[in-house]
Design a protein around this ligand. Sequence first.
Ligand SMILES: [Zn+2]
Ligand SMILES: [Zn+2]
Length: 278
Amino acid sequence: MARRKAKGRSDVEHVGRVTLSSCPVRGDDRPCAPLNRVTVWPVEGGPVKECCTCSCGRRFPTSHPDAAEHLVPPIAPGEAVAVAPGRSETWTGDDVWPADDHDERAAVGVVPVETPVLHRPTEPVGRITPEIKAFAKHMVKVMHRAPGVGLAANQVGAPLRMFVQVHKRAMPEVVVDPEVRAAEGTWTYTEGCLSLEVDGTHAPLDRPKFVQIRGRTVHGDAIEVTADEIVARICQHEIDHLDGIEYVQRLVGDHHDRVYEVLAADGIDVSVLPDHPY
Ligand SMILES: [Zn+2]
Ligand SMILES: [Zn+2]
């Protein structure tokens, strides 16, 4: 997911200590709040870890009176850490989009729309191998260089079900085999995409405000995250990529028509981006 262009007050670069009065990520002078609940089952066993975080990464105890709750009860710990074999059994890391094959419609190292790997579902990763760990590192590098706030593996040319995101104190930076368990509410936010760096394609999109996902970290720990606002939005945008869906396919009304006119005028074959493929 592309970094949103700053406007108005959010131009201000916030550095240093986060204050209670204004969150550097939420915008509109809203204070930090325990918006996200993160539950971690360590793969090595031991106690379950749980915390609540603001989008900016500020941490709150789960006993905080405003702490987020999971939307549905988390998976049982034993079931959470079980891993079925996946694509990683045969993945060698060869099938990676080379950074020097830069297409001007995408960020450096990112495949552009119309590339087949972006328009079909990815494959479950399964066991986390050294190759998968190395690929996750590569994805993080590409995301920061872009710069973007999130990146799915197929955007870097690999048909793997994993994504990375920048708010790594709010929730894990790398999520392997994510699955949406529940979603609630509605929130409007302007999205853009590192695979579609064409002027005029950013557009406001309504999606659920809260989303609960389960998956694993790159260390193999099982996680369940109920996210809100920007963190929830990044998860949904990236999981859509992993299902072969580009955000423009969710646009409706005037925003849809305007963006698809821009795409067609740019010579993009919009037949690869059919409406409502979900
Ligand atoms: Zn905050
Ligand atoms: Zn995207």
